[in-house]
Design a protein. Structure first.
Length: 452
């Protein structure tokens, strides 16, 4: 591997580290944001969901845009947006400005993530490519696993604004390194399914909006009902347009592959359980249990470290156990952890939380990477790239919706407060809902695999 290749790899890896940090880091900043900017629960939901929602909505189309316009060009634009979004967020004097900065960061993260992966795929060959993507997986997993700890330390040392400012500084460093990236003019003569892209992104973002404003406005209020109807209509229109498109954004025939659908449901289940807890559990520990942000980040290691340590174990188990046992069993393990977390209270200690947190992380860790391989192997080789995009889209879209839904439950049960017994009752309701969601997904996986 040449020195130039090493710099390209470091540039992409350094940028990729920031994306999960911005997702998990916001959770440690929320109590400080609430105190300084007077943010209520609905406002804090927007701070979390604006990043996750835009990231999920934009990532599905960012890779295609990078192919058309040039991967380096889109990567530079993405890192620039991420940099500017971090600056806006870290200097925000109001919740509205902070939410706008977070949305800009989400857009930048999506563009940089998709184009960065494409840059690695075209720069490296054979064994070097496998090593590069292996390192990318480690960086992304490590960012998710250790993000709460890093962000908690930043809040303790520099305040909540550092959670957004420090990644912006790193993004500035990445921008200075982008001159080493290989230039490419993009693909000429290829059409882009703009209608499909808009019809995919719009209902996803609209659903996040519905889940954000629903608890406050009422899900039966005319504006919310209209938004729900528009979400459904746009979703139906997306399916109709994609079925007739010459070069569709997604090949919907892959979704009809029951084996592929089973593994996509499984991946969605894990992210749907893990991410809302990674985001909202630190806030609970800080505001209700009185744990310092840095210490709350350390407590979260009980849940996140298994996601980094257990993938090799899961790879071995997947070869020795029937898929109908391994995958639903892992989902059930995470769901059982969420169910055990229903016992959380103001006096909970790390010893009390260890078993539920470890179970949640273990279920995710055992299947990390394994599910990706199973999903791609379930389709013909010629559809592998499209299948990978669809698989990650299902994972990220569910993550964004689950975050918004968890926030909606918190708002509805706690009457909009993030303190005291109301927050405890609401958080327990979220854990119960996540456990039921996991169990439903486990059953769905069994049914889909049996019918495949």
């Amino acid at each position: 591997m040449s020195a130039r290749h090493v710099v390209v790899l470091l540039t992409v890896l350094l940028s990729s580290l920031m994306f999960p940090l911005q997702l998990t880091g916001a959770s440690l900043a929320l109590p400080g944001v609430s105190d300084e900017l007077g943010a209520d629960l609905t406002a804090t939901q927007w701070i979390v969901n604006s990043y996750a929602g835009v990231f999920a909505a934009a990532l599905a189309v960012a890779g295609t845009v990078a192919d058309l316009l040039g991967r380096r060009r889109v990567f530079v634009a993405g890192v620039t947006f991420f940099f500017l979004g971090g600056l806006v967020s870290s200097s925000a004097g109001s919740v509205v400005v902070l939410v706008a900065g977070r949305a800009l960061s989400g857009l930048g993260a999506a563009a940089a993530a998709a184009s960065g992966a494409a840059i690695l795929a075209t720069t490296f060959q054979d064994a070097a490519k496998r090593r590069a993507f292996g390192l990318l997986g480690i960086v992304l997993g490590g960012g998710l696993a250790f993000g709460p700890m890093i962000s908690g330390a930043l809040v303790d040392l520099l305040g909540w604004r550092a959670v957004f400012g420090v990644p912006a500084v790193v993004a500035g460093l990445v921008l200075a390194m982008t001159t080493t990236l290989p230039a490419d003019p993009g693909v000429r003569g290829r059409s882009f399914d703009w209608r499909g892209a808009l019809l995919y992104s719009a209902p996803l973002l609209l659903l996040v909006v519905v889940l954000n404003v629903g608890p406050e406005e009422g899900f039966t209020s005319p504006p919310v009902l209209a938004a729900i109807a528009a979400t459904v209509a746009l979703g139906v229109a997306f399916v109709m347009v994609e079925r007739r498109a010459i070069d569709p954004l997604f090949d919907l025939a892959i979704v009809l592959n029951r084996r592929f659908a089973a593994f996509a449901v499984a991946a969605a289940a894990f992210m749907g359980v893990l991410v809302p807890l990674v985001v909202y559990l630190p806030s609970y520990l800080i505001t209700v249990s009185g744990v310092a942000p840095g210490m709350a980040g350390l407590w979260m290691l009980m849940m996140t470290v298994p996601t980094v340590l257990l993938p090799p174990v899961g790879s071995v188990l997947a070869q020795r156990m029937p898929i109908l046992v391994f995958v639903p069993g892992s989902i059930t393990l995470s769901g059982a952890g969420a169910l055990l977390l229903v016992t959380i209270g103001p006096e909970s200690t790390p010893l009390h939380l260890f078993l539920p947190c470890a179970a949640i992380g273990a279920g995710v860790g055992l299947t990390m990477g394994v599910l990706d391989g199973l999903a791609i192997d379930s389709v013909p080789v010629r559809q592998a790239g499209t299948a990978n995009g669809l698989f990650n889209t299902a994972r990220l879209a569910t993550e964004a919706v689950a975050l918004a839904a968890a926030g909606a439950v918190l708002a509805a049960v706690s009457a909009g407060t993030l303190h005291g017994d109301a927050f405890t009752e609401a958080f327990r309701a979220v854990c119960l809902a996540l456990a039921l969601f996991a169990m439903a997904c486990a059953v769905g996986v069994v049914l889909l695999v049996r019918r495949a």
